[in-house]
Design a protein around this ligand. Sequence first.
Ligand code: GUN
Length: 281
Amino acid sequence: MSAVRIDGKAMALAIREEIAAKVAGLKARGVTPGLAVILVGDDPASEIYVRNKGIACEKAGMHSETIRLPQETTQRQLEAEIDRLNRDPAIDGILVQLPLPRHLDERAALSAILPEKDVDGFHPVNAGRLLAGEPTVVPCTPKGAMRLIRSTGVETDGKEAVVVGRSNIVGKPMALLLLQAGCTVTVCHSRTRDLGAVTRRADILVSAVGKAGVIRGDMVKPGAVVIDVGINRVEGKVTGDAAFDEVSEVAGWLTPVPGGVGPMTIAMLLENTLEAAEKRL
Ligand code: GUN
């Protein structure tokens, strides 16, 4: 058997076209959605992500600002910048690119963003709303992963879902979204004893570990939906967490890397920014 490849790139492109049309409508009513991205330091991977976010914004007709701060930026300087953007009426969404340099307090920085401008959904108020099942800003990567799962047409209600990874950015919000979708959810992490024994139960398997090849073919239930959130660089090539060829032989559906979850993350960021701007109207 060979898994159906879930084309995140095509889906993201279609969503971005719909967003561009809605942005044009908002602009006609005098509102241009604006996104500000703050990048501290010169991490090369973050530099690429931030550049792609800016380009996507502009292509959708949104206003985009990238604020590049030096590695030695202090907490006070970072929060002053966030405060300035909180008060800037041209900015609907603020994103602080993670990871921050080690000397900075990530939690304090994320908490400094106004919850209504927090397009990442990382502010504790928004994260708490997600936990409580209230309407909120949903973090971009898990939101995009959910759309990819939905695109398969596979019913989620009553299914076994396994999330590998317990980060605040992906693993934890992903588990909550799957729970909301009626799944029985298990979260695995670095301390999990027999990872394969757990993942083999999954009808829906989401891997957000960041280690190439950790998900082998024999760890996957035949016919499962496998969503690969990993972005790993191996010998200059970008690969996911799944050993693609092996997993492809067993799974029913599988997202490629690149071209799966990554493009959807950017599309969801545009969607969250658009929704923030619509609330401004
Ligand atoms: N670093 C890796 N993924 C993300 C993300 O979704 N948002 C932010 N702000 N930083 C990230």
